[in-house]
Design a protein around this ligand. Structure first.
Ligand SMILES: Nc1ncnc2c1ncn2[C@@H]1O[C@H](COP(=O)(O)OP(=O)(O)OP(=O)(O)O)[C@@H](O)[C@H]1O
Ligand SMILES: [Mg+2]
Length: 355
């Protein structure tokens, strides 16, 4: 079995077993658990409700003199695959891991950007965290990128790989924060590239951020001029190089396997080469990969948005205007086959738009 199949089997077995998983105790809750579970959104203690969540109903509530985020599991997650259907359980499991890691003296400071969990119960489908008084990040600046990569490196060192670094999962309150762990999985950073072992070297932290979020931002920047997008890309890659070098050094000192160190060396060398020569080829390569992968993520979960359509537009335009370059830099189908695939993707993306 692959690591992914193992995880699915274990999580589905846990669900079927009827076992409970808690973080904290009901006594630590600022409101009785029964009341939290019964929340519908019109109660006086509810200050805001979010309908965007695909896994959960999310409320901002006020209790005991402060605001909290109350996440209640949906009857059925809107994401139509096993990862989606087990994401609430997964989030509680990862929060338990994170609570443990936050006590590790080597990681405490470096994980301060990870939201705390006040209380969670899998069987009651409830998860309570302090409210983050933050804003969504539109245009990533240097501080924000540095903070995000710091946190990502700490998570990797702690053996946690976050797959879903989309815009809805990052907030900035002076510190870039992470708070949604529905698609964060365990892995062994000394022996594996990500939670799929060594089978999928194309997936890593910077790739996840670029694919799920940063290239949507760069796509908007391209509209105001290619230079702006290239500069923002260069800034992100500089920071990623620094972060990956730090990660590499730390993993080496902990005795990481050569396969992991060589893999990181390869990524770092590619980025450095592009930074001293010409970043535009790397841009095209990573942009294509990001838009292509993100599109297929959305299609696989049947959860598409206007941003999915914008990405398809970029892929169509680029395939039309720069097919020879794309073919040289990434593995792609024949031109006809590629246009067929994009046409089909557009139809599906239109059908699977989520409100
Ligand atoms: N602790 C928090 N502080 C402030 N806002 C929060 C917090 N937790 C969640 N939110 C807000 O609620 C939204 C949905 O939360 P979250 O991403 O945890 O839910 P979800 O159902 O798992 O989402 P999805 O499956 O779509 O990623 C977030 O995009 C964010 O705007
Ligand atoms: Mg989310």
């Amino acid at each position: 079995m692959t690591p992914e199949q193992n995880r699915h089997a274990a999580q589905l077995a846990f669900v079927a077993s009827g076992a409970e998983l808690n973080i904290g105790t009901p006594e630590e809750c600022p409101l009785p658990v029964d009341q939290l579970v019964a929340t519908r959104g019109d109660e006086p203690y509810v200050r805001e409700r979010f309908s965007a969540g695909l896994t959960a109903h999310v409320y901002r509530i006020h209790a005991q003199g402060q605001d909290w985020t109350l996440k209640l599991a949906r009857e059925k997650c809107k994401v139509q695959n096993v990862d989606g259907q087990t994401s609430f359980l997964n989030e509680i499991q990862r929060r338990a891991d994170l609570r443990h890691l936050k006590h590790d003296p080597l990681l405490t400071d470096r994980l301060s950007a990870i939201v705390d969990t006040r209380y969670a119960s899998f069987r009651h489908g409830v998860l309570l965290s302090p409210w983050i008084e933050g804003v969504a990040i539109q245009a990533w600046d240097e501080r924000q990128l540095l903070q995000l990569f710091d946190t990502l490196v700490a998570l990797l060192l702690g053996g946690l790989f976050e797959w879903d670094l989309c815009t809805g999962n990052t907030l900035d309150d002076g510190q870039v924060r992470l708070f949604d762990f529905g698609y964060m999985y365990r892995f062994d950073p000394l022996r594996a590239f990500n939670s799929n072992g060594t089978a999928m070297p194309q997936f890593h932290a910077a790739e996840r951020f670029e694919t799920r979020q940063y290239f949507a931002h760069l796509l908007r920047l391209e509209q105001d001029g290619e230079r702006l997008a290239l500069d923002a890309f260069t800034l992100e890659k500089r920071i990623a190089v620094e972060a990956y070098q730090g990660l590499r050094a730390e993993l080496a000192s902990r005795g990481a396997a050569p396969v992991v160190l060589d893999w990181l060396d390869g990524i770092i060398a590619t980025w450095k080469r592009a930074l001293v020569n010409d970043v535009s080829e790397l841009y095209l390569q990573e942009a294509w990969r990001s838009h292509w992968l993100d599109l297929h993520d959305d299609l696989s979960g049947q959860t598409c948005t206007p941003s999915t359509l914008a990405r398809i537009g970029w892929l169509e335009r680029t395939a039309r205007e720069r097919y020879a370059d794309v073919q040289r830099l990434v593995v792609v189908e024949s031109k006809n086959r590629l246009f067929d695939q994009l046409r089909e993707a557009r139809q599906l993306a239109q059908r699977w738009q989520v409100a």
